[in-house]
Design a protein around this ligand. Structure first.
Ligand code: AMP
Ligand code: GLY
Length: 442
């Protein structure tokens, strides 16, 4: 069968790589794709903000199965467009995609269905927002309501910082319409994990657990980014914690969606904080995580197309999903300036040497080919991903591979997976519940 994938980042390169492995795929298409994806799929230009144009691409390549990587087209209604045309697409319709598209919607949804999350207030204008700050201590979290490409959350340390963030979002409109409405919420302390499921709204197939590293620098310091690395290891959550997450968070989310007649087919990502009071939802994403997908798919043994087909045909409940017991680690190589404006156009060397190491795959996130040379073309450039028989070996392997690659201004975190190593130490099984030292990041 022909399969079409939408997106152009490291997550989509990992998806394309995994889809290509499937015996069920004849032609693989990706729109718009990237340099790495072009090695395993035919890339086609596409505007991911235009659902109608995306439907035309699917009709042109005659793909009976389409998968969407990023949130923008889901929030814009691409699934509704495909369903009207009778084409199979994996992802939630626009109404359900509000779980990610509007933070106010997500928080009110959680409140209605008693899903554990931080206490919050929603404000529609600056004066009301400043007034609402009184309900919180100085350490308040301020979130733009709409999609803001990872830039919409400010962790204020003082009242003045909180007011400055509100001013930037609501009066100066630094995030455009996304910041016209804000959510303010209490700051939670604990360890963050990513819990991602595939669901048809009733059955749930949890993916192997993963942990992202959102801060730019080692020790979770510096500004927030889209993610500087992630690892997947079974030790991230115990079976008991998984049962608790399914019972207190996933179950009520799916029954809440059903009760509100919001259909859901696809990946659903729960960004969780493991607090002293139990797991709480920081955010929903209506898609796979980037970079969590890269190490997670490296561990997936089940044929991804078979899984997506089962989902589309309502057979997800009967299908076991198999995972390699070996952990995997992904380190993002970023450009100078990222997460601010990145320096681009720098020559990349050592790519082939890194990829030739056993157990290593390097996914492209922001690169271009120019005159036979591989150049940087974005903030997150390459996602070096490795697997090995245990976490220390996987970490050693991923950093050995990262060390082979070079471009001017390249920076990356040296502590991806370190939280997992702490868990492996004697007495280190409990998630650390320290405070989150990250500052505001607008
Ligand atoms: P979000 O996009 O809502 O996941 O927020 C981005 C990041 O901000 C999260 O991954 C957390 O690191 C941090 N964050 C968001 N909400 C809170 C909260 N209530 N307490 C502490 N940290 C938070
Ligand atoms: N890595 C976090 C996200 O994909 O939203």
């Amino acid at each position: 069968m022909n399969v079409l994938l939408f997106g152009s980042g490291g997550r989509e390169h990992a998806l394309a790589w995994k889809l290509r492995e499937s015996q069920l795929v004849e032609e693989l298409y990706c729109a718009p794709g990237n340099v790495g994806i072009a090695q395993v799929a035919e890339c086609i230009p596409a505007d991911l903000a235009d659902p109608r144009a995306m439907l035309e691409v699917a009709q042109q390549v005659k793909a009976p199965l389409t998968l969407v990587g990023p949130e923008l087209p889901l929030v814009a209604g691409v699934v509704d467009e495909f369903e009207r045309a009778g084409l199979t697409i994996i992802g939630p319709p626009r109404a359900s995609a509000q779980l990610e598209g509007s933070k106010a919607f997500a928080k009110r949804f959680m409140e209605r269905h008693r899903i554990p999350t931080a206490r919050f207030e929603v404000a529609e204008d600056f004066e009301a927002a400043v007034h609402a700050l009184d309900a919180f201590g100085p350490q308040v979290v301020i979130k733009a309501d709409g999609l803001a490409a990872g830039k919409g959350v400010a962790l204020a340390a003082t009242h003045e910082e909180a007011v400055a963030s509100l001013d930037a979002m609501m009066r100066q409109k630094t995030l455009g319409p996304a910041g016209e409405r804000v959510v303010m919420e209490e700051r939670l302390a604990g360890e963050e994990i990513s819990f991602i499921i595939l669901t048809d709204g009733k059955s749930v197939a949890p993916l192997a657990p993963s942990q992202d590293h959102k801060a730019a620098f080692d020790g979770d310091l510096g500004p927030n980014t889209g993610g500087m690395g992630a690892y997947s290891d079974d030790s991230i959550i115990s079976p008991r914690l998984q049962e608790q997450i399914l019972r207190t968070i996933v179950g009520p989310t799916l029954s809440g969606l059903a009760a509100e007649a919001l259909p859901y087919h696809g990946f659903l990502y729960f960004g969780l904080m493991l607090t002293a009071e139990g797991p709480k939802v920081l955010e929903y994403n209506v898609r796979l995580g980037d970079p969590e997908t890269q190490p997670t798919l490296m561990r997936m043994r089940t044929d991804l197309v078979e899984l997506l087909q089962a989902l589309a045909e309502g057979r997800l409940g009967g299908l076991p999903v198999h995972w390699s017991p070996n952990p995997s680690v992904c380190v993002v190589l970023a450009s100078k300036g990222y997460p601010g404006k990145p320096d681009t156009g720098k020559a990349i060397t050592g790519f082939d040497v890194a990829e030739s190491l056993g157990g290593v795959k390097v996914f492209h996130a922001g690169t271009v080919f120019d005159d036979g040379r591989l150049l940087t073309a974005g903030g997150r450039v390459l996602d070096v991903t490795a697997t090995a028989e245990n976490l220390p070996a996987a970490i050693e392997r991923v950093y050995a591979a990262a060390g082979k690659i070079h471009f001017e201004g390249m920076h990356y975190r040296r502590d991806i997976g370190a939280k997992g190593l702490r868990r492996l130490r004697p007495g280190g099984s409990a998630p650390s519940l320290g405070t989150n030292p990250r500052g505001a990041h607008l």
